[in-house]
Design a binder for this molecule. Sequence first.
Ligand SMILES: CC(C)(COP(=O)(O)OP(=O)(O)OC[C@H]1O[C@@H](n2cnc3c(N)ncnc32)[C@H](O)[C@@H]1OP(=O)(O)O)[C@@H](O)C(=O)NCCC(=O)NCCS
Length: 190
Amino acid sequence: MRSAQVTGDDAPGRAHGPSVQESSLWAWTTQDWAVNAGYTDSRLVLLWYRSAQWAIAHGGFPGRVYGAVYRLLCSLFIGVELPPEAVIGPRLRLFHPHAIVVNPAVRMGADCVLRQNVTIGNVTRRDGTEKGVASLGDGVELGAGCVVVGDVHVGDHARIGALALVLESVPARGVAVGNPARVVRIDAGR
Ligand SMILES: CC(C)(COP(=O)(O)OP(=O)(O)OC[C@H]1O[C@@H](n2cnc3c(N)ncnc32)[C@H](O)[C@@H]1OP(=O)(O)O)[C@@H](O)C(=O)NCCC(=O)NCCS
């Protein structure tokens, strides 16, 4: 469970349709809309996040200013840090978009679910060096309050329990719970 090395189908950030450079504003900004039906707050946060990504890719200097303003205001007033630099596949679902922190270097596949108080990021050692940033495959579900940090990979369709602290990689379809998180089950394929 230790290695963060990822190959083949489990590689994060692999192609999930057109990139932000290739997409129209409408297609890019609405890619998460349908799967967040019933969660207007989540829809609006994701619309804002995707529009910042699109503006940075297409809008030159004004676009970069828009991206910086999004980042500041979304953090200050909504308490969500979803940086435009983070590579997140389509159909991201946010259940209760509060106190979510995602490192800019995070790569996440399609169809993932983030709940309130989730952190995905880095670990800084005492000497100031960094361990690296976590990545997620497709269809990964993170429970409320869970923290996934360091150079670890959470495999496709893995489910991480509420309040888990993930310090080691989790295999595809694994169910991991606790602090530190342990894999308690590998679910059958679906
Ligand atoms: C981890 C999770 C996905 C597993 O769900 P599941 O597949 O139905 O698995 P089970 O409920 O059978 O749990 C498997 C084992 O892990 C334990 N477990 C489940 N969730 C846990 C958690 N968050 N922390 C610690 N242990 C947990 C169960 O007690 C069970 O232990 P046992 O086998 O000794 O009885 C789910 O429990 C979870 O935490 N989901 C996130 C829910 C959430 O954040 N909701 C917020 C709503 S606002």
